[in-house]
Each structure stands twice: as structure tokens, then as C-alpha cells.
Write a protein that binds this ligand. Sequence first.
Ligand SMILES: [Zn+2]
Length: 66
Amino acid sequence: MARTSHKAELPSKTCLTCGLPFNWRKKWAREWDNVRYCSERCRRSKNSTAVSGAARKNPTIHKPEG
Ligand SMILES: [Zn+2]
């Protein structure tokens, strides 16, 4: 009996920058296929690694002890 509900399930994606899932937005209706970031902020900072929790490469830095 699953009739077309009013609140349809919106498609969601995972932001490539912050790694958090985000839902479809009306402003992305035309470019949803190309949307890969949850916000413009992430879109801009796609190059910088200001993410916590995500798998990031940590360059091994040898700190002098003492
Ligand atoms: Zn994001």
C-alpha cells in the first residue's frame, strides 16, 4: 500500500570534501548529476584537506625528541 507519499525520498550523495551525506536540493535540480559537494564551501576547499575523520594522508614527520 505504498502510495505515492507526499514526502518522497530525496536522492542523496556523499560530499567528496567533508564526507558527509547531503540531500537533493531544488537549486541542484538541473545539475544534480554534477553535484559532488554538499556546499560551495566544500566545493572550493576540495583541494585543501581540512577534513577531520576522513581518510587523509598524513605525511610522516619525524619530530626531534627532547
Ligand atoms: Zn561537504
